[in-house]
Design a protein around this ligand. Structure first.
Ligand SMILES: [Mg+2]
Length: 236
């Protein structure tokens, strides 16, 4: 048992809400529904891999302001279809638009959570005021939290859209402190993204828990590192 904290901040995607499992389930449905084999994407598995690779690259660009929400939302599946080897003259704008629309509607309504999420939130909820700080979009994050039944554990959901700044920039943490009445010195940030969550919080003067379920190697200095959310119960 070490330092005592008064305020707990969580990232949402890939930390509590299992983005990968939820996105994969929706993409497998859409693969069949939209006959992706018929436009030349012959392997469902490689389509899924291409989605994650392209999507992660776009989000990394979005987080540092190289592309905007409009580009991310509207060009994502064109780039993914290209990467997956689709015959692009069989893929109309309308078709991509519909595919994108269904993905954006269905994905946030999926309910898979990271291992231990409910157990840990239930325990911590009794001890701390808890809040979310997310770079995800305002209109989808609420669906994710409501549908997966974790909304009730959190007092405030700070999105980058509301704050006008994204993690890792100080502006979003400033906004979070003001809105929640917390202060950096007594707060801890839990997240899976070394740049956005961990370096962001560290530079702001907050302690951090790096949630690293795959045990990826890195050389950042972090306050705590965990591979399973249940380890939080030993820290907090
Ligand atoms: Mg995350």
């Amino acid at each position: 048992m070490s330092k005592t904290y008064k305020y707990v901040f969580f990232d949402l995607d890939h930390t509590l809400w299992d983005f990968d499992a939820n996105a994969e389930a929706v993409l497998r449905d859409l693969y069949v529904l939209h006959d992706l084999a018929g436009v030349g994407i012959v392997s469902e598995d490689s389509f899924i891999r291409d989605f994650f690779e392209t999507n992660a690259g776009l989000w990394a660009q979005y987080n540092v302001g190289q592309i905007d929400k409009f580009f991310l939302r509207n060009q994502r599946f064109r780039l993914i279809f290209e990467a997956a080897g689709a015959i692009m003259n069989l893929v109309s704008d309308e078709y991509l638009k519909e595919f994108n629309k269904q993905f954006l509607h269905n994905c946030p309504r999926q309910t898979r959570l990271m291992d231990g999420t409910i157990e840990v939130l239930e325990a911590l909820h009794a001890k701390y005021p808890m809040h979310i700080i997310t770079n995800g979009f305002e209109e989808v994050q609420s669906h994710k939290m409501e549908c997966s039944k974790i909304a009730k554990y959190f007092d405030r959901v700070i999105t980058s859209e509301k704050a006008g700044f994204k993690k890792p920039f100080a502006g979003i943490f400033n906004y979070a402190m003001k809105w929640t009445g917390a202060n950096a010195a007594e707060s801890i940030m839990i997240g899976d993204n070394l740049d956005a969550d961990i370096k962001g919080a560290r530079d702001y003067g907050m302690d951090q828990v790096f949630f690293n379920p795959d045990g990826n190697l890195h050389s950042e200095e972090v306050t705590y590192e965990i591979r399973n959310l249940r380890e939080l119960l030993e820290i907090l």
